[in-house]
Structure formats: C-alpha cells, structure tokens
Design a binder for this molecule. Structure first.
Ligand code: NAD
Length: 478
C-alpha cells in the first residue's frame, strides 16, 4: 500500500481517502494512492522546517555520504524497482532496467560528488575591497514530477535539492506513484534524518497546487506539461518563489542527405518511439532532405513495422503500454485530427488489442504520418505518444523556419556530416538542447532545459546547485 512519507514515517493521508492506481498493460487497478490535500502538505512543510536547521548545517560531506547510501540501496534493489516501474508505467522492463533505474542511482551519485566542486566565488577589487559570495540553502523547497520517467525525474529534482542542504516536499505523478513509495522506504532504511525529504501523493489539483501556494515553500522545481507550468507560475510568481519549469516539447529531427544513413535510421527509430514516444525529448517532427525522402520513408516505415508492441514484462517487447486510458484516447484523437488535416497514415494509427494477460491493456501502434503542412495543429501541438510526422525539405533556411515554427523549444536533432552546416543550424535552432548525429546522449553536468513554452531555467550540474541556493555577496573593504 502506498503511503505518504512525512517526518520520517510512512503515514496515511489526513483525508483517509485513496484512489485507484492502474497497471496500463492490463487496464486493472492494482494499488491505491493516498488522496492527499493541503493538510498533508502543511504537515510535510512543518516537518521540513523543523529539520532544516540541522540539515542545512550538516557538512556537505555527510550529506554526500547519505546520498551515496541511498544510491547503493536503489542499486541493491534495482531488479525489483525496475519491475515496479514497468508495471506502474507500462514501459518495457528492459528499458526500466537499463535506463530509468540506473539513471535514478546516477542522479544521487552525480550530485553527491558534484557538490564537492561547488565552490563560492570571490571577486577582488585590487587593493580596495574583496567580494565573496556565499551560497546558502533556500530552506524548504517543492518538487513536482511527471509520469513518463517516474523515478528518473523524481530523483533528478530531489538529489540536487538535498545535497545543497534544503529540505524537500516532493510530489510524484499520481499516475505512477509506486517507485517514489519504494524510495521512501529506502530513505528510512538509509537513515535519512526525519523531515529532510517528505513525499506526498495525490492529485495535481490538490497536492501540486498546495505546494505552489504554500508560503513557506520558497522554490519549486517542476517537470510536466506547459499548461500545468503556467498554473504553478500563476500561483507561485506573485509570492516571488524561485521557479525551475521543465515543460512540453515538439522536437524537430532534421535529416540532411549527407548524414551517416544507417546510424541515423537506427537512432531515429529510438528518438521516435522509445518509451512509447513518451519522452519529452523524442523527435516527433522528422524533416528529411528531399533527395533522400523516398528512401528514408520506405526504410523508416519498414523498420517501424518490425517494432514489437507487447507485454512490457517480456524481453522481446520494443514498445509497451500507454500510461493511461485517458492518454491513449488523447493520442488516438490526435491521429484522427491528423487525418482530418490531410495526413496520410503510412503505418500504424490504431489501438492494439493483445491476447492473454494484456488483453485489456492500453497499447497503440507506432504511427508514421506524412503529407501534413508544417504549421497544422498536428505539427504544432505535443502528442507525447508513438506518433511521428515526415516532412520533406529542400533548403537550410526553409527547414529552420519550419523547425522553429512551434511555441516549444526543448530539444532538436540534426543529422549531417557537414561540420559548418551542423554548427550553423545548431546556432539558429530555437531549442535549449541540440543533438548533432546522436540522441539522448546525456552529460549530467550540462544545462538541461527548454526555450519558449518549453520552460524557464535549466537543470543539471552547477545550474541545479545554483538554483537550490540563495547567493549572498559580501563586500569587505580592505
Ligand atoms: P502534468 O503537467 O499533467 O503533471 C505533472 C505533475 O504535475 C504531476 O505530478 C501532476 O500531478 C502535477 N500537477 C498537475 N496539475 C497541477 C497543478 N495545477 N499544480 C501543481 N501540480 C500539478 O504532466 P504529465 O502528463 O504528468 O507529463 C507529461 C508532460 O510532461 C509532457 O508535456 C512532457 O513534455 C512533459 N515533460 C517535460 C520534461 C522536460 O524535461 N521538459 C520531461 C518529462 C516530461
């Protein structure tokens, strides 16, 4: 049973109410989730405030050791946690084992060591004065995360907040709460002092909003949809809370004719459909230079046809279940919209009905669409599923115009062997992350985040450590 983790203990919600949690591969409810509200957030904040003087003055080295302990416990239970993530989210077990959970471990390890290189700055004014900048923890901070990479993104927010001496009130997605609950248990086992991390489960409208609105929470790190980000900012900004918002995307994948073709094709299959296309970084608009358009289309469709949609627990499955019935219906409605807008379905487009254990699960075919104008709704709005569109182009300026024509600006992918072309396009494309001849290659030290409606602020490396600290400059006259 999932419980809130407040003040070091696993507790029931104040309301004593719960709602169902579903296994997307079977469509069956298999767990219950605390239906918490602002009363639970109040308790969590109180616990955080109580722990804050102790945790903020605990030497960074000690905090670092604690994080390494938590990382090693996740490592110990990797198999069990990966299975739980697979069942809760619908993603293939192989993916949870090789990417999600190892990355959650890495998040703790990375920030546990990054803190040692987090030095305060000093600015000398010759013989007149010297400045030094202290960076203190903020106090109690909020973290709200989505369902697509549950433990991976939850820990990506919690780890830098904790290592810099903050106490945290965190809310995982109500759709995928199970691994956050396992993390609570491991934090207790690791001996994390009570109140340092508090995890409150429940709906965004209640628990998420209560985090945005609580006056003692001075900073919020959020990953999720653009509309939700706007709601959080609307509540938190007038209180001058620090905000880091990682929001939606509609990422272009630009393929020039001179690219290393086979490598591009293999990676493009992944950047289109990995995790059922439910990764904010997936390249859902594929722009292909006209001279190779026909060849690419044929090869891409034939590779897509080979993807196995199936039981997430089976090792041969490439594409698992869609996270919820509601999300499945949303994706299908976008496919209908694409047809209405004049799109031709080259492959897929339908719900998949499996046999046996997964016969009531929520599956969908990987879908490839062509023939749509670059600026239609299907090509502007985020679908967040296994659906890509193919768009031919002839010139560099033309493809840049099309690629930059959405409100989003999260990530982009460029395929070419022409060095100056790659640099030119990378400099002009309006995204916070640009991958050239690769995808999802991640160095955790780099600034991560989007432009335009894809977000505000950057996560990762020193950016995250700066976000979770308040700088104070001290100027001493000599
Ligand atoms: P969502 O915005 O619906 O929910 C995200 C989290 O916010 C959940 O925990 C939810 O309960 C909570 N929430 C919902 N309404 C809230 C409110 N009014 N106030 C406070 N919290 C609220 O997003 P989702 O459907 O869980 O995730 C999919 C979205 O996340 C996509 O748009 C995707 O692009 C985005 N995403 C972005 C990144 C990134 O790094 N930029 C990474 C992953 C996912």
């Amino acid at each position: 049973m999932i419980k809130n983790y407040i003040n070091g203990a696993l507790v029931e919600p104040v309301s004593d109410e719960y709602f169902d949690n579903y296994d997307p591969s079977t469509g069956k409810a298999y767990e219950i989730v605390p239906d918490s509200d602002e009363r639970d957030i109040k308790l969590a904040v109180k616990a955080g405030e109580k722990a804050s003087p102790m945790w903020s003055t605990t030497p960074a080295e000690e905090r670092s050791k604690m994080m390494m302990r938590i990382a090693s416990l996740i490592q110990r239970d990797l198999g069990e946690i990966a299975r739980a993530e697979c069942v809760d989210n619908g993603k293939p077990l192989s993916l949870a084992k090789s990417i999600d959970i190892p990355r959650a471990i890495r998040n703790f390890e990375f920030f546990a060591s990054a803190v040692h290189g987090f030095a305060s700055e000093s600015h000398s004014m010759e013989d007149r004065a010297i400045n030094y900048t202290l960076r203190n923890p903020i106090g109690v901070v909020g973290a709200i995360s989505p369902w697509n990479l549950p433990l991976y993104l939850f820990t990506w927010k919690i780890a830098p907040a904790l290592i810099t001496g903050n106490c945290v009130v965190a809310k995982p997605s109500e759709i995928t709460p199970v691994t956050a609950n396992l993390l609570s248990e491991l934090c207790i086992e690791a001996g994390l002092p009570k109140g340092v991390l508090n995890i409150v489960h429940g709906y965004g409208q209640k628990v998420g909003r209560a985090i945005s609105a609580h006056p003692a929470i001075k900073a919020i790190t959020f990953t999720g949809g653009t509309k939700t980000g706007a709601d959080i900012a609307g509540i938190a900004a007038p209180m001058f809370k620090k905000l880091s918002l990682e929001l939606g995307g509609k990422n272009p994948n630009i393929i020039f004719a001179d690219c290393k073709y086979d490598e591009m094709l293999e990676t493009t299959i992944r950047s289109s459909f990995q995790n059922q296309g439910e990764i904010c970084l997936c390249g859902s608009r594929i722009f292909v230079e006209k001279s190779i358009y026909k060849k690419f289309k044929d090869d891409f469709v034939s590779r897509t046809k080979k993807l196995k949609v199936g039981d997430p627990l089976e090792s041969k499955t490439d594409q698992g279940a869609i996270v919820s019935k509601q999300h499945l219906e949303r994706i299908l409605s976008y496919i209908e919209l694409a047809k209405k807008e004049g799109g031709k379905i080259l492959f897929g487009g339908r719900q998949v009905h499996l046999e046996g254990r997964c016969k009531n699960g929520w599956f969908i075919e990987p879908t490839v669409i062509e023939g749509l104008p670059y600026n239609c709704r299907t090509n502007r709005e985020e679908i967040f599923g296994p659906v890509v569109t193919l768009i031919p182009f002839e010139a560099e300026d033309e493809v840049l115009k099309m690629a930059n024509s959405t409100e989003y600006g999260l990530a982009s992918i460029i395929w070419t062997e022409n060095l100056s072309l790659a640099h030119r396009v990378a400099a002009k494309i309006q995204t916070g992350i640009v991958w050239v001849n690769c995808w999802m290659v991640r160095d955790l030290r780099t600034p991560f985040g989007g432009m335009k409606s894809s977000g505000v602020g950057r996560e990762g490396g020193m950016d995250a450590l700066r976000f979770f600290t308040e700088p104070r400059n001290i100027c001493v006259k000599l």
